[in-house]
Structures are given as C-alpha cells and as structure tokens.
Design a protein around this ligand. Structure first.
Ligand SMILES: CSC[C@H]1O[C@H](OP(=O)(O)O)[C@H](O)[C@@H]1O
Length: 367
C-alpha cells in the first residue's frame, strides 16, 4: 500500500542488504511511521512477540524471513540444520493463536529438509520467505475480488449512491498481512469499482488495532469510516445501519469455526440476531486442517494485563504519553482471541472464492 505516495509492504528484505529484514513498527502507528531493521532471528522473534508486527499474514511472512536469518546465522554453526531448527523453535514460541505462523515455519522446515547442501538450504529459505510474502499478496488480492461480488450484490439493493455500510473488527487490513489485507481487500476493491462504501471501525480494545491501524489505513486510502467503541455494533445492526460484517481470522478449523480478535464472537451473535451477513476473510494458510472444534482446541493467547491497564495517546502538544486507566490494585484479564462457531458465519471469503463455513465446502474449495 502507499504511504505518502511510496509503496510499502509490511515486511521485506532491505534492498542491497538482504541479510537485514525490514518491518514497519506498528506499535508507533498512527502517530509515527517507522521502518525498523531486524538482523537476527532473536530480533524477529521479539518483534513478533511484542507486536511490533502483528496480524496472521504479517507475522507468518515475518517468521518466514526470520527463518532466512536463522539459516544465515546457522552457517557459522557446526550443526547447520540443528541451529536452524532452534531458530524455528524461537519463532514458534512467540504467539500461539494465528496458525499462519506455524504454517510458514513448517513450510520453511520442509524446504530445508529437501536441501542437499547447506548453501542450497540457505538459498531455499530465502526463496521460500519471498514466495510466502508474494503468495500472501496474491491471495489477498483474490480475496478482494471475491469479496467485491458480495458488496456488489448488496449495493444493487440500495438506492443509487447510498453507501454500503460494512463493520469490521480489529485490523485485518494491509498491516495484518504483507499487503492489501483480508477483511479490507473487498473494501479496497469496491472503492476501485466505484461503489460507495462506509466502514464502521471497531476500536478493538485493549490494543486498539481498529482505531489506530484500520482507521489509519482507511484514511490513507480515502475511504469514509467511523470509529466506534467496541460495544456499539449491536445497536447499529438493530437500527439497520450495518449491511455486512467482514472480519479477519487467525485460525479456521476444518469445520469452519473461526478464531479471531476478542470480541468477534459478540459481533457474530449480534449479526445473527439482526439478520446481518457475517463474513470472515482469510487466505487458505489460515485454515488448520488438523483441528476440528475451535472452542475446545484453538490455543487462545493471553497477554499481559498492562495492555488493558495502560493506554498510549498523543497529547494536544503532539507528545506521545502512556496513562493508567484504573487503580493499580485492580487486576485485569487480557484474552487476545475468541472463537466464533461456524453456525454463526455466513461465509468465508478466501482466495478460492466465498466458501460456506463447513467441512465439506472447505475441503472442496482447497482440495
Ligand atoms: C487476520 S490477521 C488480522 C488478525 O490479527 C489480529 O490479531 P493481532 O493484532 O493480535 O495479531 C486480529 O485477530 C485480526 O483479525
């Protein structure tokens, strides 16, 4: 996507210095746009764990590039393959819910196992990382095209010029992938097709990925939007102000249950109760074919209570400050994700098309 007219991905190899992985530090957005250099697999692991980069697709690609750095470092180790595998373990220990991270590491380990020499292994980890990043972009572009057909059918039922109102939760946009994004891809495609769009942006406590990242992205793209507190969506749906909900996903089970940012499940319940179509946009790398029951099996990341207690903002003097929102003595719980059962999902927008959230349809679409 473009930032001040310049195209960016969320993660890439530094031009002319491919031993350096560059990322956009998402902790500073929307106030500061900063590119950070990562030189070791440890630095990549920390960037994922501490959410300098976040979002299923983005952390998968970043982990894939982290494996490239791990294989570079391993060249100095007498046991190259073991050293590289240790790098994989560091990356796998960062965040448990988004299956895309594990998918990317397994892809890299599979490439390594095929290499006949250490040099070939090195080349393969770089190629695999670049392929994963490129595939992410093309999958999100395809998700956009398939999602556009849904928006077009809703638009046909509206008065000419009346915008299609879409509610989204968290950030499953460009910043959550390598480029374009999943939930925002149909929105960008609709804008390109000249369909009037308005987006309700859930702020998404506690880290406010919606109000800080999705709102920033939509502003960059000139897409009308309104930031709302997380508890507003149900009221808007009751008053017919939402035509469809599109969220991302961090893990989809083979039966179509969806793990996504905490609060997604509540939006699905409100959508079901008000007859609002609820779509999940995600590439096939988000499907966990080994997992059936999302509620029982998806590992739900719990993060520190400081993310609930503290909030960062910009003062009127333009200074970034962090303040505490409630007394130190009050403990806080910080569940990062929840699971929406397949029965509440209208469809899953994938690069293979819009798929019913059930085992047979997912198997057919991806076999
Ligand atoms: C589908 S990728 C975007 C996805 O990732 C977010 O989680 P986090 O910001 O903690 O990485 C959230 O679940 C989004 O829907």
């Amino acid at each position: 996507m473009l930032v001040d007219g310049k195209p960016y991905r969320t993660v890439w190899l530094k031009p002319d210095e491919p031993h350096i992985v560059q990322i956009i530090d998402q902790r500073k957005l929307p106030w500061k746009f900063e590119v950070v250099d990562l030189r070791t697999v440890d630095e990549v692991a920390r960037a994922i764990k501490d959410m300098w980069v976040r979002g299923a697709g983005c952390i998968a690609a970043t982990a894939a590039y982290g494996m490239w750095l791990a294989s570079l470092e391993a060249m100095r180790d007498p046991d190259y393959k073991l050293a590289t595998k240790l790098g994989a373990r560091k990356l796998l220990q960062t965040r448990p819910t988004a299956v895309n991270l594990m998918w990317a590491i397994e892809r890299q380990l599979a490439a390594l196992s095929k290499a006949r020499t250490d040099i070939q292994a090195l080349e393969m980890t770089r190629e695999t990382a670049e392929s994963i990043a490129d595939e992410d972009v093309s999958a999100c572009r395809a998700i956009g095209e398939h999602g556009l057909t849904l928006i077009q059918s809703i638009y046909r039922g509206k008065k000419p010029g009346e915008p299609v109102n879409i509610l989204t939760h968290c950030n499953a946009g460009w910043l959550a992938f390598v480029d374009i994004g999943s939930a925002t891809a149909p929105i960008y495609a609709a804008k390109k097709a000249g369909i009037p769009i308005h987006v309700w942006v859930d702020e998404t406590r506690p880290r406010n990925q919606g109000s800080r990242l999705t709102a920033w992205e939509l502003s960059q793209e000139g897409i009308p939007h309104t930031i709302i507190p997380d508890n507003t969506g149900g009221h808007l749906m009751q008053h017919e102000k939402v035509d469809m909900v599109i969220t991302g996903a961090d893990r989809i089970t083979r039966k179509g249950d969806v793990a996504n940012k905490i609060g997604t499940y509540l939006k699905a319940l409100a959508a079901k109760d008000n007859g609002v179509p609820f779509y999940v946009a995600a590439p096939g790398s988000t499907i966990d074919w080994e997992m059936n029951d999302g509620l029982l099996e998806v590992p739900i990341e719990q993060r520190g209570e400081e993310e609930v207690a503290l909030i960062e903002g910009m003062t009127s003097a333009g200074k970034l400050e962090t303040v505490r929102l409630f007394p130190q003595a009050s403990p806080a719980a910080n569940y990062g994700f929840d699971v929406t059962p397949a029965r509440h999902i209208t469809g899953i927008i994938t690069e293979r098309g819009v798929v019913r959230a059930d085992e047979a349809a997912l198997d057919r679409a991806f076999s």
